[in-house]
Design a protein around this ligand. Structure first.
Ligand code: NAD
Length: 254
């Protein structure tokens, strides 16, 4: 049996991945606020430490894979929660379990977003994230907006993933990112229901080549690939799974 751990496995994309892994007989250790093997609030340093300690205790032989999936939408409040969960918790949990993943020459997937390359992002905020300055980044984001909090956190996580892939590879671990497009989950329901971001998001969702939003299993299937030995030569890649939206909007960027 293979053993995987993930954050955010109680809902949406993470839950779809958990179900796929369990359906083929793999063991999955879930960290989340509820309905999880380890209950932890990843917005806090203590919660992250609790999560890492819990995974370490449950996966003594190591991990075949780890997925940092927990995340909050651009409409979460306060905005600093998005910074804490989407960026700092992802980085802290990945760093906290990398030795466990190295034991089995496994793979790590950071859950980024196809919103990461969108325009209008504050560079100073992204620099603070990449510099690991959590308090400063949280203070700055409260003066910005949900787009900066969400897409900014995913932009920084994408860069962090690319910057750290080589170091992880030296440990025998493959680190890749996945960039989902809009996917039908409780997270997108909250965005669509928002007075300010709802209409803009509905408009944005019209330019998806596939013609519709993703279902969570479409994203989970691509994560399964990145976790699998079939992807054994894939490292530092950001896999866009967005129905062709990024290619449509930025055909010449890659
Ligand atoms: P979701 O809301 O269905 O699931 C997110 C999970 O994260 C929930 O189970 C939630 O409890 C958990 N979580 C939130 N805050 C937490 C905290 N402080 N501590 C522990 N767990 C916490 O959302 P989803 O749409 O499945 O999103 C999963 C990931 O995919 C997120 O990182 C999201 O940013 C990313 N993503 C989603 C979309 C989309 O359209 N749904 C698009 C691109 C990227």
């Amino acid at each position: 049996t293979k053993t995987y751990a993930m954050t955010g496995g109680a809902s949406g994309i993470g839950a779809a991945l958990k179900e796929s892994l369990q359906a083929r007989g793999d063991r999955v250790i879930v960290v989340d606020l509820k309905n999880a093997d380890i209950i932890a609030d990843l917005s806090t340093v203590e919660g992250r430490q609790h999560a890492i300690a819990g995974i370490t205790e449950l996966a003594t032989d190591g991990l075949d894979g780890f997925v940092a999936c927990a995340g909050l939408p651009p409409v979460a409040e306060p905005l600093s929660l998005i910074t804490q969960v989407n960026y700092f918790a992802a980085v802290a949990t990945i760093e906290g379990v990398v030795d466990l993943v190295a034991k089995k020459n496994g793979a790590i997937v950071s859950v980024c977003s196809n919103s990461a390359p969108l325009p209008g992002l504050n560079e100073e905020h992204i620099e603070l994230l990449l510099a690991g300055k959590e308090a400063e980044a949280c203070a700055l984001i409260e003066t910005l907006d949900g787009h900066n909090a969400y897409a900014g956190s995913k932009n920084a996580l994408t860069k962090w993933t690319r910057r750290n892939a080589a170091e992880m590879m030296r440990k025998g671990v493959r680190l890749n990112g996945i960039a989902p497009g809009m996917t039908r989950t409780p997270l997108t329901d909250k965005v669509f229901a928002d007075e300010t971001l709802g209409d803009a998001t509905r408009e944005f969702s019209k330019c998806i080549s596939y013609g519709d939003l993703a279902t969570p299993d479409m994203i989970a299937d691509a994560m399964l690939f990145l976790l699998d030995p079939a992807a054994r030569y894939v490292s530092g890649s950001i896999l866009f799974v967005d129905g062709g939206q990024d290619a449509l909007l930025r055909p010449d960027q890659f």
